[in-house]
Design a protein around this ligand. Structure first.
Ligand SMILES: [Zn+2]
Length: 275
């Protein structure tokens, strides 16, 4: 039964008990496991452990920061692609697991969907309702809270932190209000996320134009070089021409030493007195 021990070890490494594997382990205690089912068990443990290893510490930190700044329990309401809600809430001292973040659809305890829980160290315990869409949304929020919050605000017209409608033009363009920005430690005002995104877009465009220009200039230079070479080959004497050698050896004879008078004389046939 070394494989069963492996499954235990994998789960213990991430400190998160997961119901499905635990159920199977419970089963395994009651009956003899075939090698196939033991292997499946290890596979499941690895799968569950990888979900538990998702690092969502920034999400927890975001909510803990807000808790220090406001009385009510901090909450983030996002929207999944299918239009359903995704609500993250930092649970209080009176809960059975204080300091953890519940991930739900915002419904009541009886009728709502409980997707899972994020522990204070950022690891996840998923429930049976956990979906890849939930996972993606949480990963995006952890990676860039300001952008996700802004996208929600721009798309829905309400702040994902306090759920109030975004009343001013500025708030609507940023995607969340100034109060929530300061509570959750997100940028707002002079340097808004929208500005940063715009600046990044402009920079990218400028870089693209420059690359394009460089390519165009290089192509023109290449064409000119080819045309020059063609012209040279068609109209100019080759390097072994004796005239070229003569010019290279004493170019002065053909230029500076030939005075205006001399050249005039040459053409007119007249000579100066004394010559
Ligand atoms: Zn707000």
């Amino acid at each position: 039964m070394t494989t069963l021990a492996e499954a235990y070890k994998i789960l213990a490494a991430v400190h998160v008990p997961t119901y499905e594997v635990l159920d199977l382990l419970q089963d395994a205690r009651c009956r003899r496991l075939t090698p196939e089912s033991a292997a499946r068990l290890v596979e499941l443990a690895v799968e569950r452990a990888s979900i538990a290893a998702i690092q969502l510490l920034p999400v927890v930190e975001l909510l803990v920061k807000a808790q220090a700044a406001q009385k009510r329990a901090p909450k983030i309401t996002l929207q999944l692609a299918d239009g359903s809600k995704l609500v993250l809430k930092l649970v209080g001292e009176r809960s059975t697991k204080p300091g953890t973040v519940t991930v739900t659809d915002g419904g009541s305890f009886e009728s709502g969907t409980f997707y899972g829980r994020i522990y204070s160290n950022g690891t996840v315990e998923e429930s049976r309702s956990w979906t890849p869409e939930v996972e993606t949304a949480l990963r995006q929020l952890a990676a860039n809270p300001a952008v996700v919050a802004a996208q929600h605000g721009v798309a829905t017209g309400s702040c994902c932190f306090c759920c109030r409608p975004l009343s001013t033009k500025e708030s609507r363009s940023v995607g969340y209000g100034p109060d929530c920005a300061s509570k959750y430690g997100l940028p707002w005002g002079d340097t808004t996320v929208a500005d940063e995104a715009h600046a990044a877009a402009v920079e990218a465009q400028a870089a693209a134009i420059e690359t394009n220009l460089k390519a165009t200039f290089a192509a023109i230079a290449e064409k000119r070089k080819a045309a020059d070479a063609e012209h040279q080959a068609a109209w100019h004497p080759r390097n072994d021409d004796p005239l070229i050698d003569e010019l290279a050896v004493s170019p002065a004879r053909h230029s500076a030493n030939t005075t205006f008078e001399q050249s005039k004389g040459r053409y007119t046939g007249s000579r100066r007195a004394g010559d």
